[in-house]
Design a protein around this ligand. Structure first.
Ligand SMILES: [Fe+2]
Ligand SMILES: [Fe+2]
Length: 342
């Protein structure tokens, strides 16, 4: 349809004004490649994505933290996996299988999140096996009775939730998004542990003692999961400034204690700390700190089960190498076929 004289110039004017607006917006928005863009995203509480430029130290910190988290999920399958064949009923076995399988899934989301930072997961496995990357100290303690499975679900997964919920707001998009699903599953893990201990704590004398003994052994290692006290925590301040971490180790530990005391009362078990009491003035429970020297010893490789955990992991990587090789060959064949068809 012919455009009326005069109308054309109006359209031109609108188009020109739009072009000016787009140009102005582009001028005002820092280039995604620049440091200013990174700083602006962090200040605005938005997410940094894999395509964005980021300081090298930020990338390295995230790789270290996400890899350590992924390794913890995978190594964490061992202490409870130890009880799958000996679960006291079919229902408990099914629940435990589902839980341990979830932990494998968490490891996979996290290795995938680390890979978006440009590192290969084979390299991360290698760093774990050579001892250059760590995993959570908690998984170096043995599971000696069935009640340990309940205590781990209640205390260890409970502590993991307190640590991980704030990570859902972490500044790195892929890590934050992985944490949302992980936290939903962790909450099932915590509930199944609580429920399992609840049943034991109302059972025979022997079962009650077994539940209490497990809580006695897992309490302090669970408190140590939050890491060294704030004064000794080397990476904390920078991680908080980058909004990777939202709360300090000590704040999270306190939150966990406050939450757990009341749950222990419902369960009918005692937390093994004679100095645990409500402090009216602080509005929090006072408690005895875990043994941080023991924590450092265990992190450095000298806990009760470090050697066993690493030997099992090495064995799993080596004996599963042919599966990984076959899966890679299949994926490559599939890709080639797709490309040929395209
Ligand atoms: Fe997990
Ligand atoms: Fe879990």
């Amino acid at each position: 349809m012919p455009v009326e004289p005069g109308a054309q110039s109006l359209l031109d004017q609108v188009a020109e004004a739009e072009r000016d607006l787009v140009d102005a917006a582009a001028r005002d928005r820092p280039d995604a490649e620049s440091d200013a863009y990174f700083d602006a995203v962090i200040a605005a509480d938005q997410k940094i994505e894999p395509r964005d430029a980021m300081p090298d130290a930020y990338r390295k910190t995230l790789i270290r933290q996400i890899a350590q988290h992924a390794h913890s999920e995978i190594i964490g399958m061992q202490p409870e996996g130890n009880w799958i064949t000996r679960a006291p009923s079919l229902a408990r076995k099914a629940i435990l299988l589902a839980k341990v399988q979830d932990e494998a899934g968490h490891g996979l989301y996290l290795y995938a999140a680390a890979e978006t930072l440009g590192v290969d997961r084979a390299e991360l496995y290698e760093q774990l096996l050579s001892g250059r990357q760590k995993y959570s100290s908690i998984f170096n303690y043995p599971t000696v009775t069935w009640a340990d499975v309940g205590a781990i679900g209640w205390l260890v997964d409970g502590a993991a939730i307190v640590n991980q919920v704030p990570l859902c707001r972490c500044s790195y998009g892929p890590y934050a998004r992985a944490m949302i699903r992980v936290c939903k599953e962790e909450s099932f893990h915590q509930r199944q542990g609580f429920q399992s201990l609840y049943v034991l704590a109302r059972g025979t004398r022997k079962q009650r003692d077994m539940a209490q003994d497990a809580v006695n052994r897992w309490w302090y290692p669970s408190l140590a999961m939050f890491g060294p006290p704030d004064g000794d925590s080397t990476h904390s301040a920078q991680s908080m400034a980058w909004k990777i971490k939202r709360y300090s180790n000590d704040d999270l530990r306190q939150r966990f204690v406050d939450m757990t005391v009341q749950q222990a009362e419902v369960l009918g078990v005692n937390l093994p700390d004679p100095d645990l009491r409500w402090n009216e003035e602080r509005g929090h429970y006072d408690f005895t700190q875990p043994d941080y020297e023991e924590l450092m010893r265990v992190i450095k490789g000298d806990g009760p089960c470090n050697r066993e955990r690493m030997a099992n992991r090495r064995n799993a990587v080596e004996s599963g190498a042919w599966v990984a090789e076959a899966a890679s060959a299949y994926a490559a064949k599939h890709n080639n076929r797709q490309e040929a068809m395209a």
